[in-house]
Design a protein around this ligand. Structure first.
Ligand SMILES: O=C[C@H](O)[C@H](O)[C@H](O)COP(=O)(O)O
Length: 264
């Protein structure tokens, strides 16, 4: 009898605890989502001038969803053209009633907005968590102004601190074993990104390539360019997710409802 009532009350406590845990996780998720929306709206409001900016780059990821939403609200019928960085981004442009263009037609972009997986204090960043790095880098490189939007978790000051799964590297499929060996030789811990439950085998990028995630630990800003150059020189690597010296401004959304702006 006593045992049964102890069991009953402990089950009740466990249920209460898991209820509270789920609720606080939901609150946390809501706050992060709000932070993403805030920084995206702030970035667009402060950097998009629809009287001057005629070609806009729209990046990929969950934060950019709000960038596309805001650009749609401000520029839907203004005649601006949006250049996407991949499949998701193309869908966002269409869904928000914006005009789609390609990089072939518009090789010079006035302003581009994109998310990041991690940002350092010089505004270098890691991108490609969602597998879009090559097209994202093409758009970023073609933009006169490249603006980052991210929630506070990504702003760590040094690359490799928060984003510990490694820098995404896009490789030609036939070169992947050669590249895995070369990455190990320079001290990296590389793994081919697999599709998990969604696909038995490697993730294939929008360009038909594989992605290798390579952990180099924390990489200080002053060592980044040399490491990136070394990677780019490996035949078979198409691009890396290190975006070195491209962004000049970042909007960081915080869970307290504020946005901070970083410049270099
Ligand atoms: O490949 C994905 C892109 O680089 C994203 O911009 C990056 O992963 C950040 O995405 P999110 O805004 O979802 O954190």
């Amino acid at each position: 009898m006593l045992l049964r009532s102890i069991l009953r009350s402990s089950t009740g406590i466990a249920r209460q605890v898991s209820h509270i845990t789920v609720r606080s996780m939901t609150n946390q998720t809501d706050l992060i989502e709000k932070a993403k929306k805030l920084c995206a709206y702030a970035a667009v409001d402060s950097n998009l001038d629809i009287n001057k900016d005629k070609v806009i780059g729209i990046g990929s990821g969950s934060t950019v969803v709000y960038v596309a939403e805001r650009v749609g609200q401000l520029a839907k019928n203004s005649g601006v053209v949006c250049v996407p960085t991949g499949f998701q981004s193309k869908q966002l442009i269409i869904e928000n009633g914006l005009r789609l263009g390609t990089l072939e037609e518009y090789p010079e972009i006035d302003v581009a907005f994109d998310g990041a997986d991690e940002i350092d204090s010089s505004l270098n960043c890691i991108k490609g968590g969602g597998g879009c790095l090559l097209q994202e880098k093409l758009v970023a490189d073609s933009a006169k102004r490249f603006i980052l939007v991210a929630d506070d978790r990504k702003n760590t000051g040094i690359l490799g601190r928060h984003w510990t799964q490694g820098v995404p590297i896009e490789v030609i499929p036939t070169a992947y074993t050669k590249i895995l060996r070369q990455l190990k030789q320079i001290g990296g811990k590389p793994t081919v990104r697999l599709g998990g439950k969604a696909k038995a085998g490697p993730v294939i990028t929008d360009n038909g390539n594989f992605i290798i995630d390579c952990d180099f630990g924390e990489v200080p800003a002053e060592k980044l360019e040399a490491l990136n150059d070394k990677l780019i020189r490996m035949v078979g690597i198409v691009e890396t997710g290190y975006f070195v010296g491209i962004a000049k401004k970042a909007y960081i959304g915080k869970s307290d409802g504020t946005v901070s702006t970083l410049d270099v």
